[in-house]
Design a protein around this ligand. Structure first.
Ligand code: SF4
Ligand code: SF4
Length: 586
């Protein structure tokens, strides 16, 4: 791509006239020549706003913006480092992606979600609620998702981080039968419409314009429109926003730079942090062109930044609170209050209907504390352990008698050794039943149950955590059977109930189940508590029954025997009941 700049750019300077970055570094052809001569490096691309104006103006149809974006990507790929100046924006993104700030409210049969975006939600919490409530009347069953689209990482060239997080978000929505995403933020719109192959993207402006949403009283006045640079080629969105304004009685006087020739507000490409003078140049252009007119825009970020130098309002404020907006008395929140508002909105949405609210279970790459090397090491140890057991035939010696003899050899440390062995057996795919039965014989019924359930629950949790944090991709690639996918969907929908059923009824192999549940979105604490409670009856049943075998052989039928037998029979009857109440009916 850099070669294209060098070869095709005629140096006409049409683009240079508009852009402070190009005025400083020279036209794209010169930048390419300097790059090849070693006089410039990729780092200068972080001073380009990625606004695309040059690409839209170039008579030779060159796309310098794309080249500058690729240069950013090359920096990340080669160094894996970010500039210290970008730490703040990435910390903002990290919060948006975190479990604490995100929320998935997907009612039954939900196929459409409203995705307001981090900045819009933070600066306009009340508006987010109003729009969601308006949408609920128009689109029954619509859900809402509070999460981040990871655009900051995308713009900083961190493509691996962006892809991983965005794809996880997309897959998650798709797996939950969501087909359409309605965005309020043009950045989110661009991300979804460009990168999602599975979801249809619509902007709230399209929905409002088509529904002819108008304010109660017609507005009077003349305004101008700032099209966010990410919408440069979104002609329909430009038209919908203008329609909303004119339908509400406003007259529009366009600025020189509008629609596909629009300019950046200054926030684009996070240039503000690296070259604030280049960023403010865009704001100055806007101020000059708007003259004394009120600017209406449809990006919360543009609104905040332009609003510092010229009267700027968000079109959604104008539609949902027209009089106050026209009087200039609508005050969007700013940091740090935006963070409190986002958490508050999440709390409110959770409270409205608990059953359809889901926590985020996939985690941003950087939120996983383990390094890649550490993960690989754990995977190698696990693989070597499983292979060693299979190849040496050690699996065969894990019979009840051998275990009993081995554990007894540890004397006072026997309970601890026993629990550790029981805990690690699922991780190495060893059968759990012989260990539990042996526990009853070694320690007696009471201690056998205590040690057995402690070890078994720890083992279930270990396998779950390995699956969720260490080997999720590998395990996911193995569990492709439709029944696993169904189990995953059902668990995400019904949560602890599915864990309870599958733990009570041995329909699914214990070890595989723990790994499979680690891939779902269920909370770890929910999984832990449910597993403990629901594995307990089976554990008691097996231990009571095994503990009374000797007595039975001697011709004595004790209470222990009948209690154990009763529990096992009851548990084995659950599948009959389970057939009648399928998970879908829960
Ligand atoms: S800031 Fe905009 S106009 Fe200037 S080089 Fe970058 S993409 Fe092109
Ligand atoms: S408008 Fe196109 S040809 Fe002209 S200087 Fe810019 S990139 Fe080169």
């Amino acid at each position: 791509m850099m070669k294209t700049l060098a070869m095709k750019c005629t140096g006409c300077d049409v683009c240079v006239k508009e852009c402070a970055f190009l005025q400083y570094y020279g036209n794209p052809g010169k930048i390419a020549a300097d790059f090849y001569a070693g006089r410039a490096n990729e780092l200068i691309s972080f001073e380009c706003s990625l606004c695309g104006l040059c690409s839209s103006l170039c008579p030779k149809h060159i796309d310098p913006c794309k080249v500058f974006f690729q240069m950013r990507n090359a920096v990340w790929t080669q160094t894996g480092k970010i500039m210290p100046e970008h730490k703040a924006i990435l910390a903002y993104e990290k919060k948006g992606l975190s479990k604490r700030y995100s929320l998935y409210k997907l009612p039954d049969a939900c196929t459409t979600v409203f995705f307001p975006g981090c900045t819009f939600t933070g600066t306009r919490t009340k508006r987010t609620e109003q729009i969601y409530s308006w949408l609920k009347n128009k689109i029954p069953g619509i859900g809402i998702v509070l999460d981040c689209c990871a655009k900051p990482s995308h713009d900083l060239g961190r493509d691996d981080f962006f892809n991983k997080n965005f794809l996880a978000l997309e897959h998650f929505l798709y797996d939950n039968k969501v087909k359409t995403v309605i965005t309020a933020c043009p950045n989110c719109y661009t991300v979804f419409s460009t990168y999602s192959k599975k979801l249809k993207t619509k902007s709230i402006y399209e929905i409002l314009a088509k529904q002819q949403r108008t304010a109660t009283n017609k507005l009077i006045g003349c305004v101008t429109v700032h099209d966010p640079c990410v919408t440069r080629f979104e002609t329909d969105m430009h038209n919908y926003v203008r329609k909303l304004l004119t339908d509400n009685g406003l007259e529009i006087k366009e600025m020189k730079h509008c629609r596909e020739k629009t300019v950046c507000c200054g926030e684009g490409g996070s240039v503000l942090f690296v070259a604030p003078d280049f960023a403010s140049n865009w704001g100055n252009t806007r101020k000059k062109e708007a003259a004394d007119k009120r600017i209406i825009t449809y990006c919360a970020g543009c609104c905040s930044l332009l609003g510092k130098t010229v009267q700027t309002d968000h079109v959604l404020d104008l539609l949902f609170e027209p009089e106050k907006t026209m009087q200039g008395s609508v005050k969007p929140s700013s940091a740090p209050f935006t963070y409190f508002h986002r958490l508050n909105l999440k709390r409110k949405l959770k409270k409205q209907a608990k059953h359809d609210v889901m926590e985020k279970v996939y985690f941003p790459v950087e939120h996983q504390r383990m390094t890649k090397i550490f993960k690989v090491l754990i995977m190698v140890i696990l693989a070597a352990g499983v292979a060693g057991i299979k190849m040496t035939g050690a699996e065969e010696i894990f019979n009840q008698e051998a275990i009993q003899t081995y554990i007894n050899g540890f004397g006072s440390l026997a309970p601890l050794v026993y629990m550790i062995i029981v805990a690690f057996s699922p991780v190495f795919f060893l059968p759990g039943a012989p260990f539990i039965i042996a526990g009853g014989l070694i320690f007696g019924p009471f201690q056998g149950v205590v040690y057995g359930i402690t070890g078994a629950t720890s083992g279930a949790c270990l396998a779950f955590l390995v699956s969720r944090y260490v080997a999720s991709e590998w395990i996911e690639s193995k569990l492709t059977n439709p029944s696993w996918l169904k189990l995953k969907r059902q668990t995400e929908k019904h949560g602890w109930k599915i864990v309870a059923i599958t733990r009570l009824v041995p329909l699914v192999p214990f070890n595989l189940l723990s790994y499979a549940l680690g891939l779902t979105r269920i909370k770890f604490t929910t999984y832990f508590i449910t597993s403990f409670i629901c594995m307990l009856p089976g554990c008691i049943g097996y231990i009571l029954l095994s503990g009374s075998v000797l007595e039975v052989l001697q011709g004595k039928l004790s209470i222990k025997f009948f209690a154990g037998l009763g529990i096992i029979i009851l548990l084995s009857l659950i599948p009959v009941f389970f057939k009648k109440i399928k998970p879908e009916d829960l």
